[in-house]
Design a binder for this molecule. Structure first.
Ligand SMILES: [Fe+2]
Length: 442
């Protein structure tokens, strides 16, 4: 395989050009920071086949310095200059900015004698689907983005909709959603890089201090969805640990700042936040009401409770799965057998998942495993076990309250909801927790 030195200081462009040069022009890309680095490499590796260099890096005349070095050493290595360079044009191929990766790849392939048919053959990359919410908190993407269109013969075609570096807003994405679009597609080679790009953007925004409450809610919700999606695809890896941790800290912050319950509900619905996040957030808010009235309460309990709310249903994809709270509801649901099995085992699955978490401790595992009242994290016992972890008991009541509150055809009046809970959880410790909640919200 040929070798190409690439000097492009913009990280996103560097990645975009590297992957595409490698995929379509079949060349091994060696990134270098500036002319000094490139010259150092050329001195020991004069067999490089192509140099793609930014005209200028900072105040350095990068392209001119490399060109002079090649002349001086009599090295016949072709160059492509990114950006204007009047001194060397037209002797050296110069591409005017902004440079599209396909134009760069075409020139590189010509120079490296990669046949056009080969480039074309390879230019149908494998695509992966990403839910549209991945695009809410970024204003450009590090790669081209496609939509999938069904053709008359029922086959599918991918059409480019956003070019790498094109800027867009959340409203632009919502316009696609209004037309029924749920997924965008990106080349598979970019999947990991794209997710890291989105994750870093979210972390940066979540860590800002002065964020409007409703924007913070929406950032939390998007971070939650990204973590959920990635856990399903690749598991709880290091970047998802960081994103989950940042999101949990932000949730704790929002819960401490919480407006009234009615206002919070308005915000959650106004921002079109997913059911999964609405549920996780409200369980924290209700749980916090109860926690604050416990004699043993310490702020760390809110941190633990929020982490549990974040992870307890993270393996459930479908809102119908999250809504289930009893075996009767599970039987009455329209879920497939496979989806039901996931629901039955989700407390255990989440408890196992959390064992890989850096802030793991056995208490957290127990609370997650017990969050539907069984000690082994399986199913929905008619009456929760009295020996489940005390925080799990609070979680069970908060969870039941929120599920009734969010369900479309159930009582919305707090008193009616409390009456249902008193009847559903006759155990003394649960009656006491419901009593505490009643004192707070009645
Ligand atoms: Fe659950």
């Amino acid at each position: 395989m040929s070798q190409t030195i690439l000097i492009e200081p913009n990280e996103n462009l560097r990645k975009l050009f590297s992957i595409n040069l490698n995929t379509y022009a079949a060349t091994d890309v060696v990134p270098r920071e500036n002319a000094t680095d490139a010259i150092a490499l050329l001195s020991i590796l004069p067999s490089i086949n192509l140099i793609v260099a930014k005209s200028q890096v900072g105040s350095e005349q990068t392209a001119i310095r490399i060109y002079n070095f090649l002349k001086e050493k009599n090295l016949q290595i072709p160059m492509i200059i990114l950006g204007e360079c009047r001194e060397l044009a037209p002797d050296v191929l110069t591409l005017k900015e902004p440079i599209s990766w396909d134009v760069l790849v075409k020139h590189a392939a010509d120079i490296l004698c990669v046949k056009e048919e080969e480039v074309k053959k390879k230019s149908q990359p494998m695509f992966v689907a990403l839910e549209s919410n991945f695009f809410y908190d970024i204003d450009h993407t590090p790669c081209d983005v496609y939509i999938q269109i069904k053709k008359a013969d029922n086959s599918y075609q991918f059409v480019k909709r956003l070019r790498a570096q094109d800027s867009f807003t959340k409203e632009d994405i919502e316009k696609y959603e209004a037309q029924g679009l749920k997924y965008f597609h990106i080349p598979k080679d970019f999947e990991h890089y794209f997710v890291t790009f989105v994750t870093n953007n979210l972390i940066q925004k979540l860590e800002e201090d002065e964020v409007d409450f409703s924007i913070r809610l929406s950032l939390n919700a998007n971070a939650y969805e990204v973590v959920r999606d990635q856990i399903a695809k690749v598991g709880l890896d290091e970047s998802m640990h960081t994103l989950a941790d940042t999101c949990i800290r932000s949730m704790v912050f929002t819960i401490k700042e919480a407006p009234t319950l009615a206002n919070l509900l308005k915000q959650l619905f106004k921002n079109k936040i997913s059911y999964a996040y609405q549920h996780a957030h409200l369980v924290c808010v209700i749980g916090h009401f109860i926690l604050l009235r416990q004699q043993w309460y310490e702020p760390k309990h809110l941190d633990i409770f929020t982490l549990v709310s974040f992870f307890s249903d993270i393996t459930l994809k479908n809102p119908e799965q999250i809504q289930v709270n009893t075996m009767t509801e599970l039987k009455a649901s329209k879920l497939s057998n496979e989806q039901r099995q996931v629901v039955l085992n989700h407390a255990n699955d989440a408890a196992e998942l959390i064992k890989d978490y850096p802030n793991y401790n056995k208490n957290i595992e127990d609370i997650i495993r017990h969050h539907h009242g069984s000690l082994d994290g399986f199913g929905f016992p008619e009456e929760p076990n009295e020996t489940v972890h005390p925080l799990a008991k609070i979680f069970i009541i908060a969870d039941a309250f929120v599920k009734i509150m969010l369900a479309p055809h159930t009582p919305k009046n707090k008193k009616e909801i409390l009456a249902i809970l008193y009847a559903q959880y006759p155990g003394q410790s649960f009656q006491d927790i419901i009593g505490v909640l009643e004192e707070k919200i009645a």
